[in-house]
Write a protein of this length. Structure first.
Length: 248
């Protein structure tokens, strides 16, 4: 199945409860709106509440199920904050059917020899440690679903080392690893499938920061890469786990 050409039925995610990190901008904002357009109740997770409110309003204006906003700063949140997140979401929704780890920090584009420790720590905290803590805290809610999908966001630089990508690339290698470890641990003993998506070059603020000389119109929009996100979030990918898919 080529997920990049997947065509989702309009009710693919009807009744599903799906969390999206970094739902305020770029790919995460479009993923949240797209999941809602297929019937999901989306929990918009992020740090910039006015931007999350704009996505909330857009989902409501489009007639989607009423979403929720869960403010979280992935750089600073503690294990206790994720326990609180679990408790609040359990009380409000009872379970989670999907979680898209999408938020990410780019860090510096510079050789390791010049890489700042503070930037390294921020990138690893947001891109790896926060994902670990949130996943650990929310696994019990995903286990309550009869068909849950946990999706991590990788990058081509997280599969083959490339110069000057520093902590970002290394964090994406770690993300691929976390996804594989979890997939093996959960296969056969839960209803949770665990996979990665590599968005590929996509027209967002992060892409523009990484490639300032590039004409943004030369790369795909987040809307164009949504088929793979829908495929992995929806029931047709049941049984697919431990994979790392390209969205284009
Ligand atoms: P954007 O920069 O457009 O969006 C990043 C999102 O992450 C924003 O919602 C941002 O929130 C959030 N975020 C960043 N830091 C934190 C933090 N400390 N706490 C909470 N939220 C945070 O990036 P993209 O949409 O391009 O990237 C989405 C994912 O796709 C990332 O994981 C990225 O690595 C990956 N990717 C992107 C590619 C591309 O070409 N665009 C290619 C390959 C992978 P806020 O709005 O508050 O800043």
């Amino acid at each position: 199945m080529d997920s990049t050409h997947y065509s989702a039925p309009k009710d693919l995610l009807a009744g599903k409860i799906i969390g999206v990190t970094g739902a305020s901008d770029g790919i995460g904002a479009v993923a949240a709106k797209t999941f809602a357009s297929c019937g999901a109740t989306v929990i918009l997770m992020g740090r910039t509440v006015p931007k999350l409110e704009a996505i909330y309003d857009a989902i409501e204006a489009a007639g989607g199920p009423q979403p929720a906003i869960y403010p979280v700063c992935l750089e600073g949140a503690s294990e206790k904050d994720y326990e609180d997140m679990h408790n609040h979401l359990e009380e409000a929704f009872g379970q989670l059917d999907g979680l898209l780890h999408n938020a990410g920090e780019l860090g510096q584009r510079t050789p390791i020899a010049n890489y700042k420790l503070s930037t390294w720590q921020k990138v690893m905290q947001v891109n790896v440690t926060a994902e670990f803590m949130m996943t650990k805290a929310l696994l019990p809610l995903l286990e309550k679903s009869d068909n849950a999908s946990l999706i991590f966001t990788t990058s081509s630089v997280g599969r083959a080392g490339k110069p000057y990508w520093g902590a970002y690339a290394i964090s994406k290698f770690a993300t691929e690893g976390m996804s594989q470890v979890l997939a093996h641990e959960l296969e056969g003993v839960s209803n949770i499938r665990v996979n990665c998506i590599n968005p590929g070059a996509t027209r967002t603020r992060m892409r523009a920061a990484a490639y300032p000389a590039e004409d943004p119109s030369s790369v795909k929009t987040p809307e164009e890469i949504m088929p793979t996100y829908l495929y992995l979030m929806g029931k047709e990918s049941r049984g697919i786990t431990g994979q790392s898919l390209d969205a284009q």
